[in-house]
Every structure is written in C-alpha cells, then in structure tokens.
Design a protein around this ligand. Structure first.
Ligand code: FES
Length: 90
C-alpha cells in the first residue's frame, strides 16, 4: 500500500494513515470511516475518494461492501447566484 501520508480525501485532507488507523481500530465499514473521519464529506461529495475508501476497507478486513449501506453520493456544492436561479442571467 502507498505512503501513509498520502492524502486520500483531498477535500477534507484525510490521509491514508488516518483511514487505516480508523479501520483497524474500529473494524468499521466505509460508511463508518466516512462518519468518523469526514473522508467523503467534502465539496466533491466523495466522487474522488469514495472508491479508495471502499478498497481500503476491503483490503484491511472491514465489513464487506455488499453487507452494508453504501456511501452516498452528494452532488458537488457550487455557488449559484439568485439571478441564475431566477432566470435573469443566461
Ligand atoms: S476528495 Fe473526499 S470528499 Fe472530495
């Protein structure tokens, strides 16, 4: 596996080390890793890091992905002006 200081979740700046320690300490699922570390809760909604978190849980013996509620995707957060919402700006 890669360098422990490798950032897995760029949005929340969560490293491989933090995720590995969380999985090993709590024997937790990807969903629990997300809730405990905030990995996957950033502005990209987990699009970048979700697959890596799933694989890390699988490799480190966490609960099987098929046995749990999968991580949810959230659409990316982007500012939208009221003008765009109201249809004044094209
Ligand atoms: S990289 Fe993890 S939420 Fe964006």
């Amino acid at each position: 596996m890669g360098d422990n200081e490798t950032v897995i979740c760029r949005c929340e700046e969560i490293t491989l080390k933090e995720i590995k320690e969380t999985i090993e300490r709590y024997q937790c699922s990807a969903r629990e890793v997300k809730l405990r570390t905030r990995a996957g809760m950033g502005p990209c909604g987990g699009r970048t890091c979700r697959c890596m978190i799933d694989r890390l849980v699988e490799q480190l013996g966490g609960p099987s992905i098929s046995n749990e509620i999968s991580l949810s995707y959230r659409p990316p957060v982007r500012p939208v002006s009221f003008g765009v919402l109201g249809g004044d700006v094209k």
